[in-house]
Design a protein around this ligand. Structure first.
Ligand code: HEC
Length: 445
């Protein structure tokens, strides 16, 4: 990740705040996307398995629908997956610059897994184009035809496999992602975490991973509920019986997910280090818990009444919950990186001052009068002799020869035998020029 470290310029405190917002925006896109990708792929694989086992056309159609829902367009993977992950990576590279925490490095590894997972998932989705209707009983099927069908069946199998490997890679990507985020506010571990292994085997990473998976199923269930059962839904081609199966399937999974999520949201706060806790973190946790409780009771009510009437409320509340949890985690990052933040801001000021100095422009404007009052007045006055001669007597010879005056001020030479030599005042060119201007304009008055 050295190339990234080199690409980093010190940022002002103002920019750092913008970077924090950038990370929040990236997460608001990325986390729901990854959740839906995982949830839909898992459901799709599950239904596909049942379709094959029970030779049920409905399950096959449902499986295809699930994966189509999240991969309808390749641009989605870029806009909601890859680009936000890259932004978060660059954001953290800036934010945690000069710490030993390589959060951006882990995000990069997570991104690599994600890209590979996406390739497999898209080929899994394309496998549905190869759907074959096999009719073994038909005696008219020729041998070549049989061969063709066998080939297609093999292709279907391979595409099914790529879905399976896709979900493994996706899980690894998500795990590393969760570990990296946990690390970003676990300042105490920054010194000790030297490699990805140590990061992966942290208890916090495990809990946050579990929380991610559970909320993935919650979001996906809410999404399916909304898609199939909202009032204006164009409807699916499924018969009522199968619609009811889908309804109960998602309602039960949704309910279980909410109950599990409550314990994991609590657990993840309890496990957090003190340095990453604040009232904000607690406040957002309480809000999230309330939202989850409401969603949970809505799922329960719908199950009890065998209805789906709260589908839009559920999807709205679930999305809200996810956002609240993202903001909560960002609060933790905020609290725990305060010190780091101050160091970076100070670094930036020093960096800016250095650049200004190189360019000869001061953050503070160079003022001739100030320099005179601070550096020269001990030995010089305009009309009285102190240690050095009064300016009123020496300035006239420099009239129209500012260059010479600047040269003298920067590098005094012996002039008048009545006086001792003037010690070098160590002024910079810009300062010498400013004070020369000041002396030349002031002595006449
Ligand atoms: C420690 C005392 C001291 C300080 C401080 C000092 N000077 Fe001088 N300065 C002298 C002395 C002594 C002379 C006379 C040197 C000579 O004639 O060789 C002198 C001479 C000068 C002269 C006249 C040179 C000439 O050609 O006759 C100028 C102009 C001058 N100083 C500017 C400055 C400025 C500008 C500063 C502040 C940035 C400054 N000095 C600070 C002691 C000082």
């Amino acid at each position: 990740m050295e190339f990234l470290d080199k690409a980093i310029l010190p940022q002002s405190a103002h920019h750092m705040v913008l970077i924090k917002y950038l990370i929040v925006v990236a997460f608001v896109l990325l986390i729901p996307y990854l959740s839906l990708l995982l949830g839909n792929l898992a459901y799709s694989l599950y239904f596909r398995k049942r379709a094959i086992r029970e030779n049920n056309e409905n399950f096959y159609k449902l499986s295809e629908d699930m994966i189509e829902m999240i991969t309808f367009n390749k641009g989605v993977a870029f806009a909601l997956g890859i680009v936000p992950m890259l932004s978060a990576m660059f954001g953290f590279a800036q934010l945690l610059n000069q710490t030993s925490a390589s959060v951006h490095g882990y995000l990069f590894i997570s991104l690599l897994f994600l890209i590979n997972a996406l390739l497999l998932i898209y080929s899994y989705k394309n496998g549905f184009l190869f759907k074959v209707k096999v009719n073994d009983e038909n005696p008219n099927v020729t041998n070549t035809e049989k061969n063709r069908i066998a080939k297609q069946e093999r292709a279907v199998k391979i595409f099914g496999k790529s879905g399976k490997y896709g979900i493994y890679l996706l899980l690894i990507s998500i795990y590393i992602f969760c570990g990296a985020i946990q690390l970003s506010f676990d300042t105490e571990r920054w010194q000790s975490v030297g490699n990805i292994g140590e990061m992966v085997f942290s208890f916090n990473a495990l809990i946050s991973f579990a929380q991610f998976i559970i909320s993935a199923f919650l979001i996906t269930s809410a999404m399916i509920l909304y898609r199939y059962f909202r009032t204006n839904s164009e409807g699916t081609n499924f018969k009522d019986e199968f619609q009811n199966y889908i309804r109960d399937f998602v309602l039960i999974r949704g309910l279980i997910a909410t109950i599990l999520l409550i314990s994991f949201v609590v657990l993840s706060v309890m496990m957090r280090t003190k340095s990453s806790l604040s009232f904000g973190v607690f406040g957002y946790t309480v809000v999230a818990l309330c939202l989850i409780l409401i969603v949970s009771s809505l799922f329960y009510l719908m199950l009890k009444e065998s209805s789906t009437k709260y589908n839009s409320a559920v999807i709205f509340l679930v999305v809200l919950t996810v956002f609240v949890l993202i903001i909560r985690d960002q609060y933790s990052v905020d609290v725990s990186t305060k010190k780091q933040f101050a160091i970076l801001a100070a670094n930036y000021d020093a960096y800016q001052a250095k650049i200004n100095e190189q360019l000869g422009i001061g953050g503070a404007v160079i003022n001739g009068a100030d320099i005179y009052n601070g550096r020269c007045i001990a030995c010089h006055n305009f009309d009285k002799k102190i240690v050095g001669p009064p300016y009123n007597s020496t300035m006239p010879k420099y009239e129209g020869k500012k260059d010479l005056l600047v040269k003298f001020i920067m590098n005094p030479v012996k002039v008048n035998p009545d006086y001792p030599a003037m010690p070098n005042q160590g002024l910079k060119p810009k300062e010498a020029e400013a004070v020369a201007d000041y002396l030349l304009t002031t002595y006449k008055k």
